[in-house]
Design a protein around this ligand. Structure first.
Ligand code: HAM
Length: 435
């Protein structure tokens, strides 16, 4: 038997959680004025090298790279920001009259990581990117957007960790300070960190191997090397978050694992009890230089991405109700002539917006009744020769424990009438009473 690849999974019983998340994402994104964008699952390898950073763990160890038959080097996207920036530049979205350009996306990302709880090789991200404004209020809005998604999903006990990497000048000063700090320890750092020392000393701080190294704890902080503009930007972001009542913790150790950030960086974490070491459900920040570095016009930007699988774990832990199976009507079929009639009736009801089904297994009547329970049908009808001859059917209302007879002609209008005059649990349907 061919099995699924390591680090991938099939969504079966959990589909209701994903659908609930997707619904809320669409709703909240509209509230914040973000439009959906869909970009390819693979891009040129260069795009990720030049954005996420060739020395980052993601690019140096985790990408799925392949040469196509035309000898081009492709990479399955390990994250969404780079593709959205490429699309912004290629489609000249930056020139559109609505500014800032606010975009969101949802889809699979691929990283060759060691699979564990909350960490997969194919996983889904819901992300958002806002382009065109360097104002700190936009950083705060993006964090509020992420926070509101969590509120809508009723995910509690979350902590927003906030830091700043400052502007280019601050980062140069900070990298110099890091080099001076790590210089006496260089030979005791792992091989990768010895390379990072030369290429990007900031990456030493999120090394998984050297995490416990004594020199890590005493390393200088980003905030000690900020220019006054960068300091002001960070203070303003906090003031806007305070004004919106968004709780956060300033975390000087947060540097993020991607190279494109400037100024604000943040992660939303849930408790380690829930997700172990993989407890960041969302990460993001400002990246003012990325668009220009990929040959676009100077365009400041800020965004985030959620790990959807991690959201699902949090939803389950919260016992958040998700949509259960439900049908408006189910036909139990007794014979060939009734089956023909049932097909005609079903099509009429479905065209009118009712969710309905019938037996296709030629099961005995008891087995068919069992199906009505599994499928959670509100109205159950038995269709035999007699009903077909009389053009009338008896309907059992499972919810109100009631029975009534109705002609085939009046069936649709009668069911709709019953649905709109009764209130029940939330289901997806156009018949507003049946909400
Ligand atoms: P990231 O922190 O690499 O940021 O990923 C964002 C989120 O994706 C993480 O917080 C985590 O929840 C989820 N995630 C990452 N790797 C895995 C994995 N192997 N399995 C399951 N979930 C995972 C980015 O990707 C940036 N593009 C975010 C961003 C957007 N920054 C600005 N705009």
């Amino acid at each position: 038997m061919i099995k699924r690849m390591k680090g991938t999974y099939d969504i079966t019983d959990d589909i209701g959680y994903y659908q609930t998340i997707e619904k809320h994402i669409q709703k909240i994104s509209k509230l914040f004025g973000y439009q959906e964008i869909r970009t390819p699952h693979f891009e040129s390898r260069d795009l990720f090298h030049r954005s996420v950073g060739a020395d980052s763990d993601i690019i140096s160890k985790e990408t799925y790279d392949f040469k196509d038959r035309g000898n081009r080097m492709n990479t399955l996207r390990p994250e969404g920001t780079a593709g959205v920036v490429r699309a912004l530049i290629e489609n000249k979205l930056y020139a559109q009259p609505t500014v800032p350009q606010k975009l969101y996306y949802y889809g699979s990302m691929f990283r060759y990581e060691r699979p564990q709880k909350g960490r997969f090789r194919e996983f889904r991200q819901f992300g958002a990117e806002a382009f065109g404004s360097a104002h700190p209020s936009l950083d705060a809005e993006v964090i509020a957007y992420a926070f509101t998604v969590l509120r809508a999903l009723k995910i509690k006990d979350v902590n927003v960790h906030l830091n700043t990497l400052g502007d280019g000048q601050s980062q140069t000063a900070y990298k110099d300070a890091l080099k001076a700090h790590f210089k006496p320890h260089i030979t005791t750092l792992c091989q990768d960190c010895q390379t990072r020392y030369e290429t990007n000393p900031l990456r030493i701080l999120d090394c998984k191997v050297d995490q416990g190294h004594a020199a890590m704890k005493t390393a200088p902080k980003t905030t000690e090397h900020l220019t006054s503009e960068a300091q002001k930007h960070f203070e303003d972001v906090q003031a806007y978050l305070d004004a919106m009542n968004i709780p956060y913790t300033v975390d000087h150790n947060l540097v993020r694992g991607l190279d494109y950030y400037t100024h604000t960086v943040f992660e939303v974490k849930v408790s380690e009890q829930l997700l172990g070491a993989q407890n960041a459900i969302c990460g993001g920040g400002r990246y003012n230089d990325l668009v220009a570095s990929l040959d676009g016009p100077v365009t400041p930007a800020v965004g985030f991405a959620f790990g959807v699988e991690r959201l699902v774990v949090a939803l389950k832990a919260n016992n958040t109700p998700v949509e259960a199976p439900y049908l408006h009507a189910y036909f139990i079929i007794l014979g060939a002539k009734p089956r023909l009639k049932a097909m005609a009736l079903l099509q009429r009801l479905r065209l009118g917006g009712l969710m309905c089904d019938m037996d296709y297994m030629e099961k005995a009547i008891k087995g068919q009744f069992k199906q009505t329970e599994h499928k959670q049908a509100r109205f159950v009808m038995v269709l035999g020769d007699e009903e077909v001859d009389n053009e009338t059917i008896e309907v059992k209302d499972q919810k109100l424990n009631d029975r009534f007879s109705v002609s085939f002609n009046d069936l649709y209008i009668t069911l709709v009438d019953k649905l709109t005059t009764s209130t029940t649990d939330c289901h997806d349907c156009d018949h507003k009473g049946e909400k």
